[in-house]
Write a protein of this length. Sequence first.
Length: 279
Amino acid sequence: MSEQEKNSSCSAESCSSCPSAGNCPSQKVDLRVPANAYTHVKKIIGVVSGKGGVGKSMVTASLARLMREQGYSVGILDADITGPSIPKMYGIHEHAVGTEEGMFPCIAMDETRIMSVNLLLDTEDTPVIWRGPIIAGVVKQFWNEVLWGDLDYLFVDMPPGTGDVPLTVFQSLPLDGVVIVTSPQDLVQMIVKKAYNMAVAMDIPVLGIVENYSYLKCPDCGREISVFGESHIDEIAAELGVKVLGKMPIDPELAAMVELERFYDVENEYLKDAVEALA
């Protein structure tokens, strides 16, 4: 088969599983899934990380809270299907309700609209033992079958890494930009660049980087202790040409609000600079 014949056989179905999907040099196929008639979202922001365990859900919820404080209407799409944590952070334990038109997101105490797989399972501790294509399909449904209504911002809490589900989010949702979450460990430079390069390959703007676990402030003397090593995020951000949106310490008060399931009361002062980038 000639190269021309190969290119002419491309389709949304055939390209969706291709490792070069979204960055094919011969043909660009628009794989974005349209929203339903009851969804009108002005900005969709993905929150990504090159590896797990960096507090991505904490950053997602913090960014959502910041924009709520500014008076914007906000939703969170929990695309971390196998490790959902957003509903519990907000104290939501009921099931999402569905109609013939679609599913309604659950509403938190601060009026943040939330959809997560935990809102559909029989019990919250039921494991999600699904293969990649099924998980990817659920993420698409959370976008085009959930009745999000009118929102200024929809934050997408994405699973870590650069695998199948993050690829599905990049391809299927009309993302306006992504925020990369990282931590100050030795591998940070490589991990950040992986996430950054994936976004660039998918033509998604990188709005900035948030460093979590930057330091621990001593409760007695106030000294900042670099538990995970010295931060190099400023140099990495300068090299990539992106902003540092904030450096979050290990904060027991934030952790306590998660355990109390009252994240709707959180005011995360460490990410105040992110408001300008998001707005």
